[in-house]
Design a protein around this ligand. Structure first.
Ligand SMILES: [Zn+2]
Length: 408
């Protein structure tokens, strides 16, 4: 366990930001640097069948140490960090025995991590916090997950008295740009189920996520001299505004929570001749999700009935709620839940307002709930992770391996 922190600190100082504009896998060359390091480390701790493919997907095996046949299970994390915030030159700060007060992250820029704004901090009084220096993200999402999985595997290797079946480990690039699962070889991985270690605070256990789609709306107008435009001009900008005004104003990210779905307009551009709107559609409920997509089509029709062929809409599904794939194998959630309870960790089971690699993997045949990695405030300069939370994640992974061995 003593290697957990140095391992984590080592990984976060390597910049692995992914890039949605790139078509390669991994999307950025620099992700290889950490990927290659992880391969060496997996070898070093004594993992078997360590492999890395041409897309930088890493897999490794901890062989079973039991006589009887046990289902193979897996643990998965991603090594890229979000393109939304700099991950270059991360200089983590370690705050031991946190006193529950403001933390000055950066003296020159006066950047403060305060429990007044981030109340969760108060749960960690007396613990060791790892924060940023206020200029970058930390990368606990998801390098904490990787450090935890490797440390758990090392622990199991050093403690052969703990009985377990075959364990598979998978590390992926490009999760943050929605492509972490795309080139994941589920067959090669060969696990009956797996867990992504990619959640936030201690106890999080998630097996429900959004159904997700993206819509691109292209509006074609007709430009005419404004002085002579009566009954001739069609202003694409005005139609774009009409389109948006027909979306329910109370169903946006900033007005919803829990299992409430939304429309989120994230891009508008245009001029009189042409305007473009991009939005995303999210809903946990499948029927509601469909209804949302139908509403977009209805609005399109409505405007087109007045201005024929002016609006073209393209809707693409992005990912689906993994609940339908997990519920038939619900014992995989129960094992994780029981592992936490045995360790004195209160499980927090709640729907994710987003997606995970696991949701895609679940639809690729690998049911894959998500477990906490311990960090908070992902994707920005206020990101932090308590060391104790990371240690609890390691113990949870070990316990899940052990319980799976006992139960099957
Ligand atoms: Zn993540």
């Amino acid at each position: 366990m003593e290697k957990l922190l140095p391992r984590f600190l080592d990984y976060v100082t390597i910049d692995t930001q992914s890039d949605p504009k790139s078509n390669t896998t991994p999307s950025t060359e620099k992700q290889w640097v950490l990927a290659k390091k992880l391969v060496l480390e997996l070898h070093k701790i004594g993992m078997q069948e360590v492999s890395i493919d041409e897309n930088a997907y890493i897999m490794a095996t901890l062989p079973s140490n039991m006589e009887k046949e046990i289902p193979t299970i897996g643990f998965i994390s991603h090594f890229d960090t979000t393109p939304d915030f700099s991950g270059y030159n991360v200089r983590p700060k370690i705050i031991e025995n946190y006193d529950g007060k403001e933390i000055l992250l950066n003296t020159t820029k006066n950047i403060v991590l305060s429990p007044e704004y981030f109340e969760d901090l108060l749960q960690y009084k007396g613990q060791t916090l790892i924060t940023t220096d206020g200029t970058t993200l930390l990368g606990a999402d998801d390098k904490a997950g990787i450090a935890e999985i490797i440390t758990a595997m090392e622990f199991l290797i050093q403690h052969p008295e703990i009985k377990h079946g075959k364990i598979r480990v998978g590390f992926t690039p490009d999760e943050e740009i929605g492509r972490g699962a795309h080139k994941f070889d589920v067959k090669k991985f060969g696990a009956e189920w797996a867990y992504t270690i990619d959640g936030s605070q201690v106890g999080e256990l998630e097996y429900e996520n959004f159904n997700a789609a993206g819509a691109k709306i292209t509006i074609t107008g007709k430009s005419v001299h404004p002085g002579y435009a009566k009954d001739k001009m069609i202003n694409a900008l005005v139609l774009a505004n009409q389109f948006l005004s027909l979306l329910p104003p109370e169903e946006t990210p900033e007005t919803t929570e829990g299992t409430e779905g939304f429309f989120h307009v994230h891009h508008i551009s245009g001029e009189i001749e042409q305007a473009k709107i991009e939005l995303i559609i999210r809903d946990h409920d499948e029927e509601q999700f469909q209804a949302r997509k139908d509403l977009i089509k209805d609005i399109t029709q409505k405007i087109n009935s007045k201005y024929p062929d002016s609006v073209i809409v393209e809707i693409n599904d992005q990912y689906f709620n993994m609940k339908e794939k997990i519920e038939p194998a619900y014992h995989i959630v129960e094992i994780a839940e029981e592992a936490m309870i045995q360790l004195g960790i209160q499980p927090i089971i709640k729907p994710i307002r987003g997606g995970t690699d696991g949701s895609q993997l679940s639809f690729m045949g690998l049911p894959c709930p998500n477990i906490f990695a311990g960090g908070h405030n992902f994707h920005g300069k206020y990101e932090y992770v308590p060391l104790e939370s990371m240690q609890k994640a390691v113990k949870t992974i070990v316990k899940i391996c052990q319980l799976t061995g006992e139960k099957f």
